[in-house]
Design a protein around this ligand. Structure first.
Ligand code: RB5
Length: 157
């Protein structure tokens, strides 16, 4: 069974509930990391907790939601091992998996998309990583992360 981890800040918990209901109809197992109401929280805390839980293993991918999806995606990409894509249509949903092998996708609860977020999630779910030259490029991204964490990449280099 596909296992998906999901979280939102106060700007998207309604969207989170909608996504969870949808994914349950697709027989996905869901780990819901909150939040559950409009009380204001700081999205970097939610992104950090969720990504660290993801990195323990056992999840197929994760979904992060905030007002725009921007803050969550920026924060998630600071966590080692995470490649979070901010998706806004079917094309970016497909490419996030096919070319970038994203392990998280982000959406905004306050964004007016031209199609349902669940359609974009379905596109992502039903797409496979193409590998090949994209494997090399993704490996380069992860190499940058390694070198950055070892202090080998400075703002000047
Ligand atoms: C919270 O007000 C808002 O800043 C947050 O949900 C998100 O949009 C940040 O990128």
């Amino acid at each position: 069974m596909e296992k998906i981890i999901i979280a939102s800040d106060h700007g998207a918990f309604v969207l989170k509930d909608r996504i969870i209901s949808f994914l349950k109809t697709k027989n996905c197992e869901i780990k819901d990391m909150g939040v559950y109401n409009e009380d204001s929280v700081d999205y970097p805390d939610i992104a950090g907790n969720t990504c660290r839980e993801f990195m323990k293993g056992g999840y197929d991918f994760g979904i992060l939601l905030c007002g725009t999806g921007i803050g969550m995606s920026i924060a998630a990409n600071k966590i080692k091992g995470i490649r979070c894509a901010l998706v806004h249509d079917l094309f970016t949903a497909e490419m996030a998996r096919a070319h970038n092998n994203a392990n998280f996708i982000a959406f905004g609860g306050r964004v007016k998309y031209s199609l349902a977020v669940t359609d974009m999630i379905e596109k992502f779910r039903n797409t496979k990583f193409e590998g090949g030259r994209h494997e090399r490029r993704v490996a380069k991204i992860m190499g940058m992360e390694e070198r950055c964490q070892s202090g080998l990449i400075s703002p000047e280099k």
